[in-house]
Design a protein around this ligand. Structure first.
Ligand SMILES: *Cc1c(COP(=O)(O)O)cnc(C)c1O
Length: 387
């Protein structure tokens, strides 16, 4: 059936002539590391979110951004940070960088995002922060989570790696009342700079700390207090910071990817709707839908096999690959990963929803360069296997 078709990858970025021209311009300008293009990308990002009170800070990955966010919030040894087991290890590993402990909780099967009741049950006197993930681009239950965090005095850092653009109550993720939000521009995310991320906060003090720690703990502020004339060569090291700045080459891509973010999201939404329609009637559980009027970033299209499916998820993935279709699984939950499992003695029984979803899920190809025929091709294979 599809033997002669070229391989359909699981993900592909869409890089246009404007991105390429901007990168070439950057290379010719002689300014290749953090400079004017990165400043512009940050300003454009704040404008995109539509809230001038926000500080947008470009970093070389979302992982770096999450690390900076938790560091600025003062997370350290003895503290606990609660997050979802159903995520990429980056969400949790940054907590360990800081010597704090990760407390993993289960997901809500209706959204595949963190279960807020499970968060509440996991709070101890050591709990300092919660890191929700807007899984696949669908918002976590932020209303309940932010209310809980406020009531219990917890910080909230949103892992928004999948969530550009996603809305909650009509507001874009990045403009909610959490402490910090972190976006990813990794190669397969909804917009890409190859590698990169953006840290967003409304809190000026947190922004100041994040900026200093993003670049070696360097500060020019101390000098500012005593003289209006800061020599260009002068700086002070106020902490052992990190090397997490984004290059202008990457920001050149980001400036133009960001301009296309809404069009990309529309295309992803169309493709997701085509999948929904084509998959109807098969023994599958379609991805959770956003509430009426909300935007879903559709970073991933996550299908789950129904109880009546006659093959396993692994067999379906094998058959898709055999037919030239790439797919993936998001995620092997952290409670099954050797490091996390052994570090915290985690048992699958503690995470029944994540475990069940994991065993039945696969992520189908979803990216703007796909056509309707590609969706039909993928679903034809699934139908042939399942029907
Ligand atoms: C991609 C991803 C990250 C890490 O992003 P990088 O920019 O690659 O560091 C973190 N969390 C989630 C949920 C992700 O999907």
């Amino acid at each position: 059936m599809s033997a002669n078709l070229p391989f359909l990858p699981f993900a592909l970025p869409e890089i246009g002539d404007e991105e390429i021209a901007e990168v070439v311009d950057t290379l010719k300008s002689g300014w290749v590391t953090t400079g004017p293009k990165t400043k512009r990308f940050e300003e454009d990002f704040t404008a995109f979110l539509g809230d001038p009170g926000l500080h947008s800070m470009a970093v070389n990955s979302a992982t770096a951004g999450l690390h900076l966010a938790l560091e600025a919030l003062g997370i350290g040894p003895g503290d606990e940070v609660i997050t979802t087991t159903h995520t990429f290890t980056a969400t949790a590993e940054v907590v360990r960088y800081l010597g704090a402990d990760v407390v993993l909780v289960d997901i809500d099967p209706a959204t595949l995002c963190i279960d807020v009741a499970a968060v509440e049950a996991a709070i101890t006197p050591r709990t300092k922060a919660v890191v929700p993930v807007h899984y696949a681009g669908l918002a976590a239950d932020m209303e309940s989570l932010l209310a809980l965090a406020k009531r219990r005095g917890l910080k909230v850092v949103e892992d928004a790696a999948h969530a550009l653009p996603t809305t909650v109550g009509g507001r874009l993720v990045g403009t909610l009342d959490s402490d910090v939000t972190v976006f990813s521009f990794y190669a397969n995310k909804t917009i890409t700079t190859g590698e990169g991320g953006m840290v967003v906060t409304r809190d000026a003090e947190l922004a100041k700390r994040i900026k200093v720690m993003r670049l070696h703990g360097m500060s020019r502020d101390a000098f500012d207090r005593f003289t209006a004339k800061v020599p260009s060569w002068y700086y002070e090291i106020v902490a052992p910071g990190f090397k997490y700045n984004l290059t202008d080459i990457a920001s050149a891509l980001g400036i133009h990817q960001l301009k296309r973010a809404r069009a990309f999201q529309q295309r992803r939404t169309e493709l997701a709707a085509l999948y929904d329609e084509a998959l109807a009637g098969l023994p599958v559980v379609l991805p959770p839908q956003p509430l009426a009027g909300e935007q879903h970033a559709w970073h991933l299209y996550v299908l789950r096999l129904g109880d009546d499916a006659k093959v396993s998820r692994d067999v379906l993935i094998e058959r898709l690959f055999a037919a030239g279709v790439g797919c993936s699984v998001h995620y092997i939950p952290l409670h099954l990963q050797p490091y996390w499992r052994d570090r915290y003695d985690l048992k699958p029984e503690k995470f029944p929803q994540s475990q069940r979803a994991y065993e039945r899920m696969l992520s189908l190809p979803l990216y703007t360069r796909m056509g309707e025929a590609d969706v039909v091709r993928v679903v034809d294979v699934i139908r042939a296997v399942l029907a």
